[in-house]
Structure formats: C-alpha cells, structure tokens
Design a protein around this ligand. Structure first.
Ligand SMILES: [Zn+2]
Length: 481
C-alpha cells in the first residue's frame, strides 16, 4: 500500500504555535506508523504565503512582503527538524511549481464551464479570508477574530460549487471521502443539506489584494482567491502543473490520500477542495482527518487572541521524545488542554517510572537469561495479543492515544509481573519471551512516537518481526529517559 500524507499549510504572518505543531505531529505519527509497517509513504507540509492578511501584516511593519514571508517560512520549516517530523517535501505557495499547478487547475475548471464572472457584495473578514452572513456574526463581529467584517462589492470570478454538492454528499456518505471522526462527517452532510452553500467567489481585485498573490491568468486585475490558491498546494507539490507528472500519478492517483486539518477549515477541505477536484476531473482525497484545537486554560490559542504557547517554549526545555509522546497521548478528536504540569507528570510517571524503568529492568534481567530464548511460547500471551491488536486498530484510524494507552497499560502489567515473579533473580524461558515481546512492541510504537529512543532499543536487541529465537548478547543499556 502507498500513502500520500498532507498537513494544512499555515499562514506565515506570525510565529508557529503548538496547535500547528500538534497537526504536524499527528500526521507524522501516521506517516511513521505506515512506514514501520513497510508501506510506501510520501509526506508533505508547507506554507501559505499569499493572501491579503499577509500583505497587510508586512505593510503594518513596513517590510517588503517577500522579505516578510521568507523570514517566517524558515520558522515553520525548522519545526520539522526540531520535532523530527519526517516530511519528504515542503511546498511554498510562492513557488513556480505551485503557480503552475494553480493555473492548470483553474483552467481545467474553466474548460468545464465551472468558472464565471459576477459581482460580489458581502461582509468579509480579512482574518478568515472568508465572507460571512450577518446571522453568523456575533454582535456584528467575526466569531473567530472578534472584529467587524468589511462590506465589499466588486467584480469576481465565481466557481460553481453548488453543482458538485450532491456528488460530494454521496462520496462522503459512502466513505469514498472518509471523514474522521464520524461527528465531522455528519457535520459536512448537514452543511450540504442546509442549502446554505452557494457558489464560491474565487478571485479578488488586485487592488484589495495589494497585488500580492497569484494573478488570474488572462485577467491581471484579479488575483486568485487565497483558498483556491492554497488548497491546490496538495497537488502542485506533486508537480500537477506539469504535463503527465509521474509524481502526481504515483502519489495522488495511486495512493491512499490522507489529509490532516483542523476543524476550523473543514468546509474548505470537505466541500471546496473536492468540488475543485471533481470539476477538474481529478480524484478526491480518501481520508480527511479532522482534529480539534489545542487550548490554553480552556481558551482557543490564536494569534489574534495573543495567548499562544509556542513550540519554541518546549525546545531545549524538554527532550523532543517527551514532547512527541505527550502530544501523542492526546485524543486528536477532542480539545487538547495543554498544560506544562501534565507534560512534566507524563515525563516523570509514564515515561521514566514505567516505560523507561521497564526497558532498563528487561536489559538487567537478560543478563541472567540463557544465551538463546525461544519466542514461540510466551506467558501473558492473551493480554499481549489483545493490546497489540487494539493498538494496531486505533493507529490505523490515526488515533494514537488509544495505541499508546494500550501499550502503557501492558507495560504497567509487565512491571507488576516482574515484581510478582521476582524475575531479576531469574525466570522461565516463556517469561523472558514475554518481556521480549513487550519490549519489541515498545520499540515498534516507539518508532512512531520517539524514533531516537526506539532506534536504541532496536540496535541493542535487534528484534525483527518473524524472528523465532532471540540471541542474548547481554548488552549494557543506559536509561531511556
Ligand atoms: Zn475572522
């Protein structure tokens, strides 16, 4: 099986916050899990550099927009190295390959008669880069940005979104576009059924865009709407703009396409994006994995509210493996209430006292074990198999917090078992085999959560799937945490 994995591309008008880091990590867990199973994976991230919001932010500090974005892009790019995100490519929407992709997609939609000109009048929130209906505002203000939207009237190009809604409803209902979790699938179906979704304005006047962005091909007074532009990144990164792109054929048409996104951009990814693809005669994504937000004391963290915990607040302070584990512990489909206290408790309790301790004890116990241990018969077999099956099933759905809980409970059980049997004094072959089986599960899921730590276990024990006898080399092993 082959996988193509994407995250959304953040706007580069402020420093990264941990909400986006969480998304990168969730996608990375899936990428690493599938790779560990032997699947082929292509995983991309990138940055959204066009749009009015960015032009305005640069203007407000008197910087040329290009210099402004270059500076921020680096910070987003660095997250991948800092937190060991295994991306294969990084796409910037100011790149040539992206512009080519946008033109191709636009032209295909146009050829199909799905793009037309009309006058637009509406309430526009610059923060959201989206129009609002009066009834969706709270006290006349954008519910996200708590600012009054501007009344705007201008000539725009429109996309026949409405035409594709019945087809999208069918694809979503039949899980051809599988939306995780189910509650978000129902939300999308309700959006379509409401009849409130009309055609989509997909261009802005050049003047209002400050000339920053991708001009409409053949009409230089209009710029491509930032969402039409941004969504295309998922395929422009596969050289969709080129004739017969092999990358696109391999990783879009012949792969499971998993797209990770936050709940605030569900409409764009579940309606606009599939409609654009359908209009252009292209395949729609296979899975949309929709996560909730990271909150701080129960409030949404956002640039405009100024309560952001930044990834850089974690760097240097905590081992990256601990960060990756703590984030993986969170249910992606529920709000993640970030707390430094819980973070430190996880590091001390689960990681050091239970998992780290278990690994150290096993290496100690192996010193007294025979030279070779048959792995065919083990004690605690039923418990181990049950935990493994549950961990695999939840990981396949991108719910790693369940997998992690299963493995953690198993390790706790194994630590008790070591105490009960006083295995440091020596034990049965089937007992050693069980410890080795559990440590191999830690090493397998460790590849997903804490790649460096997992590699140390792998290198020391050389436990490979399918191996029936373990050669005991009695290796000295430094504590994991
Ligand atoms: Zn807004």
């Amino acid at each position: 099986m082959r996988y193509f994995i994407t995250t959304t591309i953040p706007y580069v008008n402020a420093d990264p916050h941990i909400g986006f880091l969480w998304e990168l990590l969730i996608a990375d867990y899936v990428a690493r899990f599938q790779k560990s199973k032997g699947n082929e994976v292509r995983f991309i991230a990138g940055t959204d550099e066009n749009g009015l919001k960015i032009a305005q932010a640069a203007e407000s500090i008197g910087k040329p927009t290009k210099d402004f974005v270059d500076e921020y892009v680096q910070k987003f790019f660095d997250l991948n190295t800092q937190f060991e995100i295994s991306i294969d490519d990084f796409i910037r929407t100011t790149e040539k390959r992206h512009k080519k992709g946008v033109y191709k997609l636009w032209n295909l939609c146009k050829k199909n008669g799905d793009i037309y000109e009309d006058t637009y009048e509406g309430l526009y929130c610059v923060g959201c880069e989206d129009f609002y209906r009066t009834e969706d505002l709270i006290d006349g203000k954008c519910p996200d940005h708590k600012k009054e939207p501007e009344l705007i009237k201008e000539k725009n190009y429109f996309f026949r979104l409405k035409k594709y809604l019945p087809e999208i409803a069918r694809l979503v209902k039949e899980d051809k576009i599988r939306i995780l979790p189910d509650i978000k699938k129902q939300e999308v179906l309700r959006m379509i059924a409401s009849g409130d979704i009309g055609d989509l304005s997909i261009s802005r006047s050049k003047e209002r865009s400050r000339g920053w962005g991708i001009p409409v091909e053949g009409d230089e007074n209009q710029m491509v709407y930032v969402w039409f532009d941004a969504l295309t990144n998922y395929i422009s990164a596969l050289d969709f703009g080129e004739e017969n792109s092999k990358k696109f054929e391999t990783y879009w048409n012949n792969a499971q396409v998993w797209q990770f996104l936050g709940k605030n951009v569900l409409k764009f990814h579940a309606l606009y994006w599939p409609a654009m693809l359908l209009s252009a005669g292209q395949k729609t994504p296979d899975v949309l994995h929709v996560h909730e937000f990271v909150t701080n004391e129960g409030e949404k963290m956002s640039k405009s509210l100024g309560n952001v915990v930044a990834p850089k607040d974690l760097l240097g302070k905590y081992d990256v493996n601990i960060t990756r584990y703590y984030f993986a512990k969170q249910n992606p489909f529920a709000d993640f209430n970030f707390s430094f206290h819980a973070f430190e408790q996880t590091a001390e309790g689960e990681l050091k006292k239970e998992i780290g301790n278990f690994v150290s004890r096993v290496f100690g116990i192996l010193k007294k074990a025979p030279d070779s241990i048959s792995l065919e018969k083990i004690v605690l077999q039923e418990e181990i198999e049950k935990a493994e099956a549950a961990a695999i099933a939840s990981s396949e759905r991108g719910e790693f917090h369940v997998a992690l809980q299963e493995i953690y409970q198993l390790v706790k059980r194994a630590n008790k078992f070591i105490d009960e049997k006083q295995l440091w004094k020596g034990g049965e072959e089937t007992e050693y085999a069980a410890l080795l089986k559990i440590i191999s599960l830690i090493a397998f899921w460790g590849q997903v959560f804490s790649p460096q730590k997992a590699k140390r276990i792998h290198d020391a024990l050389n436990l490979k799937p399918g191996v029936k006898t373990f050669e005991n080399k009695r290796i000295a092993f430094d504590p994991l945490f």
